[in-house]
Design a protein around this ligand. Sequence first.
Ligand code: 6PG
Length: 251
Amino acid sequence: MASGQELIIHPGHEELAAAIGARLITKLLDVQGAGRGAHLCLTGGRGGTSALAATLASPACDAVDWSRIDFWWSDERFLPAGDPERNETGARAALLDHIVVDPARVHPMPRSGERFGQDVDAAALAYARELALAATPGELTPTFDVCLLGIGEDAHVASLFPGRTEADAPESVVSVRNSPKPPPTRTTFTMASIRRSDEVWLIASGGGKAEALRLALAGLPESDAPAGAARGIRRTLLLADRDAARLVAAG
Ligand code: 6PG
């Protein structure tokens, strides 16, 4: 296992989602207990969305002051507002629509249509600007207290796919065309932005993620396994269920 990664295995998909929800609430309460607002970065996909639904279902959900949390996304499908394939749509339905948030602190990545039409490059640039506005002067993004990331079957995270150049771009956010995972047009954090997270939590659920989790833990170059290069400043957790972890041992 490459240094700095912690693998935590839960029995099944439900337990994994519930544990991530509980962990997230605890982390946010810690941050708020220290008198700070939190920056939370959300992900798309089944794993990330189930974790948000489990957060809502937790009896401790209302202990968090969600109105003091800034919500960001590490990637998004460049589709119209409300499209069911948008990561934003899934996160709103699973959690955000059911808690009290400050709309000014919810930062969805741009939708197609609206301000940017089909110009995904302009959309990426606008999100980079929004991040910079929330950052300490001179930094590209705020420090995210937690960055949730679903691991894809090919060991991608966000919309950073193996063998592509987006991860290494100097910007904080870039456009993606011809994504190997549909839909083809997206915006995504670069790896530099992901690494501006205090804690990165990678989520792997189900047997279809077993090889991806093995690759993420194998210390491979970033271009072969982006999930393995996604590291937090202080902590990098790989949160898996038993099916996803069947090719790796708990370390
Ligand atoms: C996306 C995602 C992507 C996702 C993983 C895992 O927009 O497609 O952000 O990175 O999180 O592919 O998705 P699943 O949990 O659905 O497998």
